[in-house]
Design a binder for this molecule. Structure first.
Ligand code: ZN
Length: 322
């Protein structure tokens, strides 16, 4: 059995050879795997992310409509006009609306044939004390109807520029929502879109309007005056310059009214001349369009209503014959 023994030995060599090959293969694979791991780890430390690289989130379609501002949408500006309402009795008539849709109101006192008019607040919140004065006069007359002579009807337009009043109580409250000085917007003979600012109010940019009578506030008062036969009127302002008669040059009846009002109130007449040329004013337009006499009258400051003095002024107005 020697040859058989010999072949059995041969098998042992073959098996051990295969084993050795398998072990070497495993070792080689392990060595390769190990180095490749280290290499990839090195790769990772070398490739740092570029600075500023951020993840971008894909847009979500159903949020886009609220994220993109609508170009046709004007956000509301919350303005608060000072409310005025009589506790009982009289309601005003609405003679028109401001650009923002606020009511321009006229209170009526008496039923006589001679009609008189008071306009306040043409310069909005900047001259808000004129509106406060109108409120006081309205309240007083509501409680004292006998203060109106029997042959008289008095109209009080308490706030001609409600948008300006709602906007601000300082210089920003002077113009209407188009940036127009309403007391330069009336189609009087000397209306002008622009004017020499020497001696004039210069704290904010403003114009006389795109054309004479361009503003709804102006047209409301124009149509009100046009539909009445006003004997005399006061357009209230502030502050301190005195009483300006209507007309270019000043008309005689308006000068007479200004003198009488100055005497009653102590407001300067002739008014203080700052060198400013006034164009397109309510007082000038009024006397050019049938009002018997008219004045611009300035309270003594931007704060007080000078109620006592203006109660005397009211008496002068209601007894004035142009
Ligand atoms: Zn004014």
């Amino acid at each position: 059995m020697a040859p058989r023994r010999k072949s059995a030995h041969a098998w042992v060599y073959v098996i051990w050879g295969l084993n050795g090959f398998a072990i070497l293969s495993l070792l080689a694979f392990a060595a390769f795997y190990n180095t490749s791991l280290r290499a990839s780890a090195a790769d990772e430390t070398v490739s740092t992310p570029r600075p500023g690289e951020t993840r971008t989130i894909p847009p979500t379609s159903y949020f886009l409509s609220t994220l993109t501002p609508n170009p046709f949408y004007t956000p509301p500006v919350f303005e608060t006009p000072t409310p005025f309402e009589l506790p009982k009795g009289l309601h005003p008539s609405i003679i028109g609306f401001s650009l923002a849709g606020r009511r321009i109101e006229a209170y009526t006192f008496g039923t006589g044939e001679n009609e008189y008019l008071i306009v306040a607040g043409i310069h909005g919140g900047y001259e808000g004390n004129t509106i406060a004065l109108a409120n006081e006069l309205i309240t007083y007359l509501n409680e004292n109807p006998d203060a109106i002579p029997t042959d008289v009807t008095l109209y009080i337009i308490r706030n001609m520029n409600p948008d300006g009043e709602a906007r601000d109580n300082g210089v920003d409250g002077r113009v209407n929502n188009n940036g127009v000085d309403l007391n330069r917007n009336f189609p009087s003979d000397n209306w002008s879109a622009d004017w020499d600012r020497d001696g004039c109010w210069i704290y904010r940019p403003t114009t006389g309007g795109a054309h004479a009578g361009s503003e709804p506030e102006t047209r409301s008062v124009m149509s009100f005056i046009g539909s009445h036969k006003i004997e005399a009127m006061i357009s209230y302002h502030s502050a301190a310059l005195g009483v300006f008669p209507g007309g270019v040059p000043w008309e005689e009846p308006s000068k007479r009214l200004a003198k009488a009002l100055s005497k009653a109130t102590g407001y300067p007449y002739p008014p203080i001349d700052t060198g400013c040329v006034y164009t397109g004013t309510l007082a000038d337009w009024a006397v050019e369009h049938g009002v018997g006499a008219s004045v611009d009258m300035e309270l003594s400051d931007h704060k007080n209503t000078d109620f006592k003095e203006n109660l005397k002024a009211l008496k002068v107005l209601l007894n004035f014959q142009p």
